[in-house]
Each structure stands twice: as C-alpha cells, then as structure tokens.
Ligand binder design. Structure first.
Ligand code: RBF
Ligand code: MG
Length: 183
C-alpha cells in the first residue's frame, strides 16, 4: 500500500481529544538505535486499543515520578538490562509540552507479535532516556495507517514526513489551543 494523503478536519472531532497519561515502559530499543527516532512506549489501554491502528498526532508532556527516587533495573525480553530513572534526570526545559506523533499497532516492518503504542516526542532530549516517567498525552487526530516497507530508510522517511505533518497541523489555532490542557 502506498501512503494515503492525510486529510485533517478544521478542528479535532470525536473521538478526539483523547487525554490520558501512562507510565513509560521498555520497548525493543529499536527506535533510538536502529531508526534514530526514539519512542516512549506505553501500555495499550482500552481507549488506544479501540482506535484503528496507525499513526496519530497531538501534544504530550513528561512528568518525572518523584515518588521513585531510586533507579531500578529491569531486564528486557532479550536480556538487556534497562535502567528506570523515572524521569528524574530530566532538565526543567524538557518538562514542557511538546508536539508528538504516536504509532499504535503491530509495526509490520518488524513483524511484532504484540500490539504496541509508542510516542515520539518532537524534541531533542539531551539528558538521556526516562523509563518509568509518566507521559501525559492528548491525541488530536489521525495521520495514516501503518505500512510495510522494503527498506528501513523508507520507514524513516515516512516517519520524518509524519513529524512534519504533525508540527504543521499543531500550529493551527484549533489544534494549538489544546497544548494548554496539559498541566
Ligand atoms: N512501523 C511500521 O512497521 N510501519 C509504519 O508505518 C510505522 N510508522 C511509524 C510512525 C511513527 C510516527 C512512529 C513513531 C513509528 C512508526 N513505526 C512504524 C514503528 C517503528 O517501527 C517503531 O517505532 C520502531 O520499530 C521502534 O519500536
Ligand atoms: Mg520505543
């Protein structure tokens, strides 16, 4: 399937906005290392599970979990140890509201067996990862279905296009105003 054109309504319409928060879990670790596009993985709750699989846009904000002051180590399914710092290393300017793109689905390019929900925050985080932090998100619309690709480069190119589309839509007044809803 080739990428369909993204059609955006004047303003967010039902079922959007979808406003919620989740704890960041560990994924496959491919986003940063293989694609250069880090994603914060979150559990697929009922609300996200009920959406068609595909790529979405909206706003998000990371909240450090201050109740967990100590780092803890979890083992990823492939055995790699992952340090959960619960976002307590983040800089103050990294705690603002940022635009985001969210992927919900099976990652056909990687043949995942489990459905995943992942948020790419459109911001260059300089202070490292933040497993175990809370991410508050507000989904405002849909960009496209998940697609398969013949090369990793083609997947990266489409994700870069998603990012540009999301940034542009979120500048519109009807979408920009939702930024204020994230406390
Ligand atoms: N994976 C796919 O297999 N097909 C896609 O069309 C696809 N689109 C994505 C779009 C965005 C904005 C993001 C953040 C991810 C997308 N992914 C897609 C998921 C990607 O494969 C995944 O983030 C990495 O494999 C890391 O888990
Ligand atoms: Mg990830």
């Amino acid at each position: 399937m080739t990428r369909p054109e993204t059609v955006v309504p004047e303003a967010p319409t039902s079922p959007y906005p979808i406003h919620n928060s989740a704890s960041i879990i560990s994924g496959f670790g491919r986003g940063s290392s293989e694609l250069g596009i880090p994603t914060a993985n979150i559990p697929v709750n009922t609300e996200l599970n009920n959406l068609p699989t595909g790529i979405y846009y909206g706003w998000c904000k990371v909240h450090p979990d201050k109740s967990k002051s100590c780092d803890s180590t979890h083992s990823r399914p492939d055995g790699k140890p992952i340090i959960f710092n619960h976002g307590n290393n983040l800089q103050i300017e990294e705690l603002k509201v940022f635009p985001m793109v969210m992927s919900i689905g099976w990652n056909p390019f990687y043949h995942n067996r489990e459905k995943a929900a992942e948020i790419h925050i459109i911001q260059n985080f300089k202070s490292g990862d933040f497993y175990g932090a809370k991410v508050e998100y507000i989904v405002l619309g849909y960009i496209r279905p998940e697609l398969n690709y013949t090369t990793k480069e083609a997947l990266i190119e489409d994700i870069q296009l998603d990012i540009q589309i999301a940034k542009k839509i979120l500048e519109r007044k009807e979408y920009a105003e939702y930024e204020k809803r994230l406390d």
